[in-house]
Design a protein around this ligand. Structure first.
Ligand SMILES: Cc1ncc(COP(=O)(O)O)c(C=O)c1O
Length: 340
């Protein structure tokens, strides 16, 4: 009953009418990966700036990953590079991520369609927006992924949805059944250990070191998520408005020639206020944290290429959720403005 309601809200808002439930976005990606392998679609494009988990999963499953550099003005895959790649290289799948809630013009979709390339759109870090009619043009994937996991727009500690309009894709992914393996603390420890080494060294993912991944990434959907997801969807308008208001306020307060704001005005639901600073990034981050402001430097480069390196070195994310208000935003700026 509740699932029916969830499906109906999503269908009305996005036009995607075939919806699957899974325990987390990483599980959704794993299932989609298995589906793609079955279809022998193994040449996949990933942005070089992205949360590492999708890259780990596609590695484990034996994909040929082509990393493309991002545009450091948006944090998204560089569209000109992408179009060039589509025209010149054999690609089966594009894994497109709306990192930070940012959007592209989506010129590339036309070329992808011509070459019958499947587009997966990972909305885990954002959410389809309330301003659907305006924003529907930004929701274009053959398959969409949503997440209700840790640090996402709605953090319910679990739950993910896979959306499609295609009957065969829906049927084939629905058919995939992943046995859940119990998570243990050892797997988490191994992951953190691996993570540190991966980002401090050459950023090569070695399959032999990834035996923790199934335990961490494969999680079954729990019916207890139903109500929470439904309530979140009901709050979507409010959440979007609040986040965009805070983002606007940040943009007015954080006005400095040494700050480059990454968020776009016409975004989906924004994740955090993200900006680049030319110097002293780590110092500024530490100052914020010392003063009890949540601040992070997501995301690191999965491949050391120009745009991703710049982003990795210069980015700061500040919170725009319920934990923050106008007063705190002003105090954050007062704290850092002398170091810019
Ligand atoms: C872009 C992206 N995809 C997938 C995931 C994985 O989400 P989940 O925690 O629901 O597995 C994340 C989260 O960290 C993400 O940022």
């Amino acid at each position: 009953m509740i699932k029916k309601k969830i499906k109906s809200i999503i269908k009305n808002r996005t036009g995607y009418d075939k919806i699957l439930f899974s325990g987390r976005a990483n599980t959704s990606i794993w299932k989609i990966g298995l589906y793609l392998k079955k279809k022998k679609k193994i040449n996949i494009v990933l942005p070089s700036t992205l949360c590492v988990s999708p890259a780990v999963i596609f590695n484990i499953l034996g994909f040929n990953i082509i990393y493309l550099d991002i545009d450091p003005n948006t944090g998204l895959i560089d569209e000109n590079l992408l179009i060039h790649k589509i025209k010149t290289t054999k690609i089966d799948v594009i894994f497109f991520v709306n990192l930070y809630g940012n959007v592209l013009k989506n010129k590339f979709c036309k070329y992808a369609k011509q070459k019958k390339i499947l587009v997966i759109q990972d909305l885990a870090q954002t959410f389809f927006s309330n301003s659907v009619n305006k924003n529907r043009k930004y929701i274009f994937g053959d398959i969409l992924i949503l997440s209700f996991g840790y640090s996402k727009i709605f953090d319910l500690k679990g739950g993910s949805l896979i959306l499609t309009k295609n009957k065969e894709i829906y049927r084939d992914i629905n058919y995939i059944n992943l046995p859940e393996i119990k998570m243990d603390l050892n797997a988490k420890k191994k992951y953190l250990n691996w993570y540190d080494k991966y980002f401090s060294k050459n950023r090569k993912i070695e399959n032999s070191k990834l035996n923790f991944a199934k335990k961490l990434y494969i999680k079954h959907y729990q019916n207890s998520y139903d109500k929470k997801i439904l309530n979140s969807l009901k709050e979507l308008n409010f959440e979007e408005r609040e986040r965009k208001e805070k983002l606007n306020f940040y943009s007015k307060v954080f006005k400095d020639k040494n700050i480059q704001i990454l968020n776009q005005k016409d975004s989906l639901v924004p994740w955090r206020f993200c900006f680049l600073v030319k110097k002293k990034r780590n110092y500024i981050l530490n100052k914020l944290r010392e003063n009890n402001f949540d601040a992070s430097s997501y995301y690191l480069a999965l491949k050391r290429v120009k745009g991703s390196i710049k982003l990795e070195k210069q980015i700061i994310n500040l919170w725009i959720d319920k934990s923050i208000n106008k007063n705190k935003i002003q105090n954050q700026y007062k704290l850092i403005k002398n170091f810019l």
